[in-house]
Write a protein that binds this ligand. Sequence first.
Ligand code: UDP
Ligand code: MG
Length: 308
Amino acid sequence: MEKLLSVVVSVYNEEAVLAQFYEETKRVLDEIPWDYELLFVNDGSHDGSLRILEDLAGQDEHVKLVSFSRNFGHESAMIAGIDYSSGQGIICMDADLQHPPACIPKIVERLEAGFQVINMVRTRNESAGWFKNLASSAFYKVINILSDVKFESNASDFFGISRHVADVLKYNYREKVRFLRGYVQNVGFKKTTIQYEAGIRAAGESKYSIRKLFQFSVNTIVCFSNLPLKLGIYAGAMAALLGLLVMVYTLFTRGGAPSGYATIVVLICFMFAILFVLVGIIGEYIAILFTELKDRPIYIVEETKNIK
Ligand code: UDP
Ligand code: MG
């Protein structure tokens, strides 16, 4: 029996590129030795994207559509695509053609060869700009120091996985605060990487602002490392040591001790600063704990097309 490839594409206000994306991707998919489904997840677009996708699903039975009730974010869209996919191999990619469809046959080859996780590593990312690139490499440095699990620094949301891995993600990685790329790299299995050059966005604008990316980075660090929580212990030990030194100093200079107004003010400010930062860190963990505890859905589907 012919194998089925599921190509999962998240779409948020991409009316400007969808037609081009569909054409280019279809051309490549028609050539591969597997049957395929092109599964679009409409993440609450408020432009013409949904109409375009509905039309495509009407004309072409390979095109499947899952449409959310509102915008839930890229992470939610990707896992929804994986949840609804039925292929023996699954590829996640963006709709803006930054993830070249021309790489799909190479991923299928690796799947055929028995690899279960195929990480697509970008060799350069021209469109991101120097600040995003710098911030991205800083983020990976920090997380690789703090976390037990290791992250490939140029990994992207472009990857191929086997049905087995998809099922693990579908049934066992149901966190609400999500980082799919991190899970994919850390589920184990037979892995390989393929390099690709990230193109520039074919049309439309990037949906990720710097602020969103920063919050995303903080959340990911909190979700993958408990180390920041333990900073309080080190800070406490250091404060105790400092207290001890000052005490010894005071005892030995009894009578002649200086009035020390400036020292006291500086010390109080410094200590409170550390304390508040630590409280803030605990706050980040509690916020995530609270989100997970509420157990709200990762996404809500409003409509599907061509999905059995
Ligand atoms: N996307 C999404 N939901 C969102 C934001 C983005 O599904 O809330 C999709 C978007 O349509 C695109 C992919 O995620 O297919 C990557 O987004 P974008 O190209 O804006 O990010 P960048 O490449 O700039 O990091
Ligand atoms: Mg993009």
